[in-house]
Design a protein around this ligand. Structure first.
Ligand SMILES: [Zn+2]
Length: 252
């Protein structure tokens, strides 16, 4: 299907028709973050936006531009800021020293991030949306999940993530960091951006990857299955919420 689903590409009339049919906004909670030597720095937003595009093409709704700032664990010494995968905390495929990983440029404090999400929600409600789907970078999802009740009460926005429709260690969407899950998802949605040879050659050390080793676990079929299962689950779940809401609206 080749219909327009990206917010920034729509003219006002197209936007109005879309939102009337399906008042769902999809927000890719991205980062610009080291995802191993083999994945693009924008992997978080790329994966979630590609999932959203597929769901929007299937059931409707409008996909927002990717955010690239997000929260994460943080360590500050007099000379530099370290955050996220810079700080070795265990669970990674290869142990490594704390270090500034190349390319990462995304960190912001939790409170500022919550304020950003509030402003986005206020603007989306004003534009006419009823449901906000957020997904992407782990710590961004956790903050977003914590704000669900507040966003419903303050802005009348029903907020959900991909985890509300499919929670599974193997087939959940973006369930690890740059390891088998994220690697094979990215390989499925944007194969042109993945450089597997960088971790297969043994020349580059795959630091900052947490989860199952993508060189030993998963393949192209695994990536395809994750994407298909999540498109299916999210489409079904959102349709159920929409039906419930529309019934509520007609009753009122
Ligand atoms: Zn990620």
């Amino acid at each position: 299907m080749n219909q327009k689903v990206l917010y920034e590409e729509m003219c006002p009339q197209e936007f109005l028709e879309k939102i009337k049919k399906c008042p769902v906004a999809y927000l890719p909670l991205g980062t610009l973050e080291w995802h191993g030597p083999h994945l693009p720095l924008g992997a978080d937003g790329i994966q979630s936006q590609e999932l959203f595009i597929r769901v929007a093409e299937k059931i409707g709704g409008i996909v927002l531009p990717k955010l690239f700032l997000g929260p994460d664990r943080y360590f500050h010494n007099p000379n530099q800021e370290l955050y996220g995968m810079d700080i070795y905390t265990g669970g990674t495929i290869i142990p490594y020293e704390m270090q500034q990983l190349p390319g990462s440029a995304y960190w912001m404090p939790d409170e500022q991030y919550q304020e950003l999400i509030r402003r986005i929600a206020a603007n989306l409600t004003r534009a006419g949306f009823k449901i906000l789907v957020g997904h992407g970078h782990g710590p961004s999802i956790w903050q977003f999940e914590k704000m669900k009740t507040e966003l419903k009460e303050k802005y009348d926005l029903i907020c959900v993530t991909a985890f509300d429709f499919l929670q599974d260690e193997v087939f959940g969407y973006q369930y690890d960091h740059a390891a088998a899950n994220e690697t094979w998802i990215t390989q499925n949605v944007r194969p042109d951006l993945v450089q597997m040879e960088r971790i297969l050659s043994g020349k580059e050390i795959p630091v900052g990857m947490a989860g199952k080793d993508p060189r030993k676990f998963g393949d192209e079929n695994y990536g395809r299955e994750i994407v298909e299962k999540n498109v299916e689950a999210m489409s079904k779940g959102l349709k159920e919420i929409l039906t419930r809401c529309f019934q509520k609206y007609t009753e009122e």
